[in-house]
Design a protein around this ligand. Structure first.
Ligand SMILES: Cc1cc2nc3c(=O)[nH]c(=O)nc-3n(C[C@H](O)[C@H](O)[C@H](O)COP(=O)(O)OP(=O)(O)OC[C@H]3O[C@@H](n4cnc5c(N)ncnc54)[C@H](O)[C@@H]3O)c2cc1C
Length: 458
């Protein structure tokens, strides 16, 4: 496989992406981590820094960054898949706010480690602008700010923008207003994950690539090449989790797809803005997200690709011409300056993991020594760092502010058996995208989409 072809990001890292040697046979360790995306690597990183005597092994089926970590939109944000009100309902206001503050600090922490470890990942802490381009979207922007204030966030966290304020950051067509938060950095995701893999190895962690784990059980991770025995086994496999025995219904893989333009001229950037490389989106239902890349392109993505029966994950699902065409069309609508033929250089996709209650979680079962983190939906770039720090504390038996956060030890319910998953998820995706069209036509909020989001517990 040519790993470079998996994403624009993997094709632009200064790295031949040659796999490291596979696990040579049976081995012993203190901690074995399955999966070398951000979750597995951050966990290894903080463990190794905290206790350099620990023998830590990471087993990766392909290469570090093969999964979503090498393909995502590069928003290192303070977002969580569970909204602040939903967290407050479940865990109380104080705990919800503590979680939000921990996420805010996480953005700074990722930037700090990148600088300390010399990981050049085109880091720019420029915040996020969310645009409102219709009255309905403007209503959602106001509601988001009211909700944030009600739950203890202040204007330093989220501020409402009028039309001029929003356009000054991102001059998309027809901008009526929006919101801005400083708690996000734009990153080159593959430079981050590949740099992190190099950093953990410098800190003494052993990383085996092309070493797929076929079973995880207390005390062992089994591969066709041999078994690694360790008191603690961490599952960091996100969207690929359903392929592990016993985990078919733990999360569902949902595909997100992206396009990247050719580098744009300075004159075009003058018209678009994003001068501080703010990440950007708008208040439609079916999520879209974009960033101005370090090398002057627009990288833009969205959902809308179908869920595949039986939670199947396959490279065939990374490409969906219909969704690529829609992304290109949406980019052209947002930025007519790109012209009728938006100059797309590359298109790709990848799977992310969604838990039944849309709640990310992290934990360690002391009796079995099995640890896990994931279910981040589309918000894992920052959240995986918080998960890694938390797992490092849990594994070393350290009680900390992090281990007291409400997502620690949370167990999401399992997804329904097929064909219910397939029917419900694909119906939901269709409702959300048709709701955006209906809102655009009628100027009224589409209630069916909101109802569906509530049914999913989002
Ligand atoms: C197109 C796209 C855009 C996104 N945009 C954003 C964004 O802008 N901001 C954001 O916060 N989040 C975003 N996300 C989500 C984010 O990328 C993920 O939440 C995050 O990368 C998850 O990291 P992870 O390490 O848990 O999983 P992954 O990066 O998927 O890593 C899992 C690793 O485990 C390996 N593996 C799986 N099974 C096994 C096994 N049995 N044995 C050995 N190895 C195994 C895989 O090969 C893979 O390398 C996006 C995701 C996608 C797909």
């Amino acid at each position: 496989m040519r790993y470079q072809e998996l994403s624009h990001w993997l094709s632009t890292v200064d790295d031949p992406l040659t796999p490291l040697p596979a696990l040579p046979g049976d081995a012993d360790a203190d901690v074995v981590i399955v999966g070398a995306g951000y979750t597995g690597l951050w966990t290894a990183y903080y463990l190794a820094v905290a206790d350099p005597t620990l023998r830590i092994v990471v087993l990766e089926a392909e290469i570090a960054g093969y999964g979503a970590s090498g393909r995502n939109g590069g928003w290192c944000s303070a977002l969580l898949p569970t909204s602040l009100p939903a967290l407050a309902r479940r865990h109380g206001r104080a705990q919800a706010l503590a979680m939000q503050r921990a996420m805010r600090d996480t953005v700074t922490e990722v930037g700090r480690v990148a600088a300390t470890e010399g990981i050049d990942c085109d880091w720019q802490h420029g915040g996020t602008v969310l645009l409102a381009r219709t009255d309905v979207q403007l209503g959602r922007a106001r509601a988001a700010v009211d909700e944030a204030r009600d739950h203890g966030l202040d204007p330093d966290d989220l501020v409402l923008l009028d039309a001029a304020g929003a356009a000054a950051r991102c001059a998309a067509e027809g901008v009526r207003g929006g919101t801005y938060t400083p708690h996000c950095a734009a990153v080159h995701p593959a430079k981050l994950v590949r740099g992190l893999a190099r950093a953990v190895r410098r800190h003494g962690v052993t990383l085996y690539e092309r070493s797929p784990v076929t079973a995880i059980r207390p005390g062992a991770a089994v591969t066709p090449h041999g078994t690694v025995r360790a008191a603690v086994v961490v599952r960091a496999t996100e969207a690929y989790t359903p392929m592990l025995p016993g985990h078919r219904r733990t999360v569902v893989p949902v595909y997100s797809l992206m396009v990247a333009t050719e580098p744009l001229s300075e004159a075009t950037w003058q018209r678009i803005g994003l001068a501080d490389r703010e990440t950007f989106s708008d208040y439609r239902h079916l999520i879209v997200y974009g960033q101005r890349t370090g090398d002057g392109r627009l990288a833009f993505g969205g959902r809308g690709a179908p869920y595949h029966f039986g939670s199947r994950v396959s490279p065939d699902h990374d490409r969906e011409p219909r969704v690529f065409a829609a992304l290109r069309r949406t980019l052209g609508e947002l930025f007519p300056v790109l012209g009728p033929d938006v100059p797309v250089a590359r298109a790709w996709g990848g799977p992310l993991g969604v838990a039944r209650d849309w709640s990310a979680s992290v934990g360690l079962d002391r009796s079995s020594g099995l640890g896990w983190a994931g279910g981040y939906v589309g918000d894992g770039v920052g959240t995986s760092n918080l998960a890694g720090r938390t797992l490092a504390d849990l594994i070393r038996g350290v009680e900390s502010e992090l281990t007291a956060l409400p997502w620690v030890g949370h167990r999401s319910p399992r997804w329904e058996p097929e064909p219910l998953r397939w029917l419900a998820i694909n119906a939901g995706l269709r409702v959300m995208s048709s709701a955006d069209g209906a809102e655009h036509r009628t100027g009224r909020p589409a209630r069916r989409a909101t109802t569906f989001a509530h049914l999913l517990g989002h």
